[in-house]
Write a protein that binds this ligand. Structure first.
Ligand code: GLC
Length: 437
């Protein structure tokens, strides 16, 4: 037997031990890496979406929970923003401009598509949905999601401005619902004189996007226009525009509308009407289920009709509505598309409409028996949607609207004469459209 130096033996033993330990260490390390990789790949993907505060409620009432239950790998992080649509737009805009936007799903008002698409913030969706599938939606809602022949937004719900009125008081007074602006003034004053209501008519007069949506209806009702999207002609300094402003000013001057109306947004007007103090309200269909809810002072006392107009004209509704697109910066476009498909599906929209009173973007739902049983005015709404006025779908919409908001607000609150205000608004709009064309 060969003699082995005990020191050598010891060295070998130590070497063997450290190999073993090293092996063990590597195995543990590999295990940890593998475990994390599996855990990470199974961790649900979170999709973030920003939404106005009033709109968030119906989403929170089960819609998101049900989506997550059906799609265990996806979570929705609904971020509640401010009430006004233009403030929400500012938040989305700054998040995209600064880069690293946290939003995957872009919940868009119908007027934003052109701007967001032109800036390159959205993924085109044409390859994901067939023309056939799109025919189920109202054409104007689909159009509102296109920019330069590409589709960027699927409509989750439509919207149209309507006139709410106190059917009980009008019947009791032996009157008929108004057809013209003049009728609306007369009925208001008659009911006010009899002390049936404090105010005749409430509308959205604050300097924000809602002012513009309300105004295009009155403007169209007088036969006027704002910006022609094809020719880019501007109609703000025409006599029809001044007549429309004069009508709104007269509602305040004659005490039909409260002086504070020039500071109201949708929810201010809805609350005042719902308190029972007002005969007429201009609003969107979301107000219906709230006004008809149990405990509402006007439950069962109201009706809804298209907006009034000048003699010889037809009443116009502003087309509103919301849809969802996918942020180009999103790391989860496939999951985002799954969510869009779910939220715009017939089944989900049916539920959404029944709970929130929104206007469907899918045509079949306007005559769905369950929906009509709850909202008898829906078949009539389809006709209103088909004839609704679009706010110009141009990439410079936000600036155009901002100009109108500023000058119209000055004219309505008496800070500037309507003539001067509209001349300036028209000039500024023309300069903007020429510069960017
Ligand atoms: C509603 C409409 C939207 C409009 C907004 C104005 O949310 O759906 O299109 O811009 O009201 O306040």
């Amino acid at each position: 037997m060969l003699y082995q130096n005990p020191i050598n033996k010891l060295q070998k033993f130590i070497q063997k031990q450290s190999f073993l330990r090293m092996g063990l260490f590597l195995a543990i390390l590999l295990g940890i890496i593998l475990f994390n990789w599996v855990a990470l790949s199974q961790r649900p993907v979170t999709l973030s979406m920003l939404i106005t505060a009033p709109d968030a409620q119906p989403w929170k009432q089960g819609l998101i929970r049900d989506f997550e239950a059906e799609n265990p790998g996806i979570r929705i992080n609904l971020v509640e923003g401010p009430n006004a649509t233009n403030l929400l737009e500012d938040l989305y805009t700054s998040s995209f401009i600064l880069g690293e936007s946290p939003y995957d799903l872009v919940n868009m008002d119908v007027i934003w598509t052109s701007k967001f698409a032109a800036a390159g913030w959205l993924l085109p969706l044409d390859d994901r949905i067939s023309k056939q599938e799109l025919t189920a939606f109202s054409p104007k809602d689909v159009e509102g999601g296109r920019y330069q022949n590409k589709l960027y937004r699927i409509p989750v719900r439509s919207d149209v401005g309507m006139l709410y009125y106190r059917e009980d008081l009008i019947k009791e007074a032996g009157l008929k619902p108004p057809e013209t602006f003049e009728d609306l003034m007369q009925i208001s004053q008659a009911l006010q004189k009899k002390d049936k209501v404090n105010w005749g008519y409430v509308w959205q007069g604050r300097q924000y996007e809602g002012l513009v949506a309300m105004f295009v209806e009155v403007l169209d009702g007088f036969g006027g226009f704002w910006v022609n999207p094809d020719t880019l002609e501007v109609g703000l300094d025409r006599p029809e525009t001044l007549r429309a402003i004069e009508f709104l000013r007269s509602t305040i001057r004659e005490g039909v509308s409260p002086p504070g109306v020039t500071t109201y947004q949708e929810e201010d007007t809805r609350r005042l009407f719902q308190s029972g103090q007002v005969a007429f309200l201009r609003s969107w269909p979301y107000a219906w289920p709230l006004a008809q809810a149990k405990g509402s002072p006007i439950q069962g006392k109201i009706a809804i009709k298209p907006m009034v107009h000048a003699p010889g004209q037809t009443g116009a509704a502003c087309l509103g509505g919301w849809g969802i697109g996918i942020a180009k910066s999103s790391k989860h476009p496939e999951e985002a598309w799954k969510a869009i498909q779910y939220f715009t599906s017939e089944k989900v929209q049916h539920r959404f409409i029944l709970s929130a009173g929104y206007v469907p973007s899918r045509r079949d739902l306007f005559t769905n028996p369950e929906i009509v049983a709850k909202y008898p005015h829906y078949p009539q709404l389809l006709e209103v949607v088909d004839n609704a006025v679009l706010r110009s779908p141009i990439a410079q919409y936000a600036q155009t609207s901002d100009i109108l908001q500023r000058y119209l607000s000055a004219a309505l609150s008496g800070r500037t004469s309507p003539e001067r205000a509209m001349q300036a608004a028209a000039n500024e709009t023309r300069r903007l459209l020429v510069a960017r064309d």
